[in-house]
Design a binder for this molecule. Structure first.
Ligand code: SF4
Ligand code: SF4
Length: 346
């Protein structure tokens, strides 16, 4: 695999050629005063200098709503398998780390063919952060930079990009970039400087412990007053779940067609802060209290998911929930720091 340098103009020509090809190209674009991933039809619209997107790129592996299978009420069923290929342009390191976690979660135990087929059909061109968002704290969560998962990593160095091909799929794309030259030592030093800057700067909220300490901390926090204090203001709107790159809970429902003979099994995003998330048969809701739901989200991030994937903390510090929460209570760092400051840790 190669590490090359291309000018930004040369890279734009490459994107224009991709857009003109029969590939499905998705990239980050401006949406009013914010940014969003969407289908890219014009290379000039691509914004690799964005701060953060409204929704994370997980929506391309786990869509908000998708058909899982079509069935006949009498019995026969056929799985609906996604097969569309896609180039996904502009994934930030913290979102890449979230995707890496989801890849592990959806491939361990019951292998999720719908998620994994989509994932395997996506070529990811990641990019280092150029502009800090107002609530990012990726540096506190060790996710300001990333070295796995992508096919290509771009790092902006002045008028050029360092283009690091990490897979055969990525190298095949780099081979299409006219003007790509082997990166010089000076280019690589500039890339290192970008990484050092991001490791220091992407830290608008500072966690007062190492993320790896969170599972141990939470062992002592189940009855902490912080859950009740914060949840008192919670609207149970679920926004903190919906914008989160590591939230992956979904609901599955069967929809029967008007003929009453056929139907489709669908899944759609769910959120553990929503009032009825934990409602089961008999209308029993085993997380009826807001405080219980609020605590559950922070335990998922800091203890339960790490227990499934070798201690990796399921908060990558993107800061989206901090921005999305109108009640201003969702910031994981504030909650974890409060517990740290008020808990006997021996
Ligand atoms: S919990 Fe909040 S800051 Fe952490 S990954 Fe999810 S949305 Fe981002
Ligand atoms: S975004 Fe805020 S108010 Fe809405 S469910 Fe999450 S914590 Fe509660």
């Amino acid at each position: 695999m190669s590490v090359s340098t291309v000018t930004k103009e040369q890279f734009k020509s490459f994107v224009a050629a991709l857009v003109d090809s029969d590939q499905n190209v998705v990239g980050v674009q401006a949406k009013d005063d914010k940014f969003a991933f969407g289908e890219l039809t014009d290379a000039n619209a691509l914004r690799l200098d964005y701060d953060v997107t409204i929704l994370p790129p997980k929506k391309y592996m786990l869509p908000q709503r998708e058909a899982l299978m079509n069935f006949e009420v009498a019995g026969a069923a056929e799985s609906v398998q996604p097969d569309e290929k896609m180039v996904l342009l502009g994934v930030h390191p913290y979102d890449m780390i979230a995707i890496n976690q989801m890849d592990e979660l959806f491939s361990q135990g019951e292998y999720d063919t719908h998620y994994m087929n989509r994932r395997n059909n996506i070529t990811i061109i990641a990019c280092d952060v150029v502009t800090d968002s107002k609530n990012v704290f990726a540096a506190s969560m060790n996710s300001a930079t990333c070295d796995t998962g992508y096919d290509i990593l771009l790092t902006a160095i002045g008028d050029a990009y360092v283009v690091d091909a990490a897979t055969d799929k990525g190298q095949a794309l780099v081979d299409m970039m006219s003007g790509a030259n082997e990166a010089t030592d000076a280019d690589l030093k500039k890339r290192e400087a970008v990484h050092e800057k991001n490791i220091a700067a992407l830290n608008k909220h500072e966690l007062e412990c190492k993320p790896s300490f969170l599972p141990k901390l939470l062992e002592k926090a189940y009855d902490h007053p912080v859950w009740e204090e914060r949840a008192r203001l919670c609207y149970s709107c679920g926004s903190c779940n919906q914008v989160c790159p590591t939230c992956y809970c979904f609901d599955v429902q069967d929809e029967v067609n008007w003929d009453l003979k056929t139907g489709t099994r669908c899944r759609a995003w769910d959120g553990c802060l929503l009032t009825n998330f934990a409602t089961v048969a008999g209308d029993h809701n085993f997380r009826k209290k807001r405080a219980d739901r609020f605590r559950h989200r922070l335990y998922r991030k800091g203890k339960y998911v790490p227990g499934k994937i070798d201690g990796q903390i399921a908060c990558v510090g993107c800061g989206r929930c901090v921005t999305a929460c109108t009640a201003k209570i969702a910031n994981p760092v504030e909650v974890y720091n409060t517990i740290l400051e008020t808990t006997e840790l021996r």
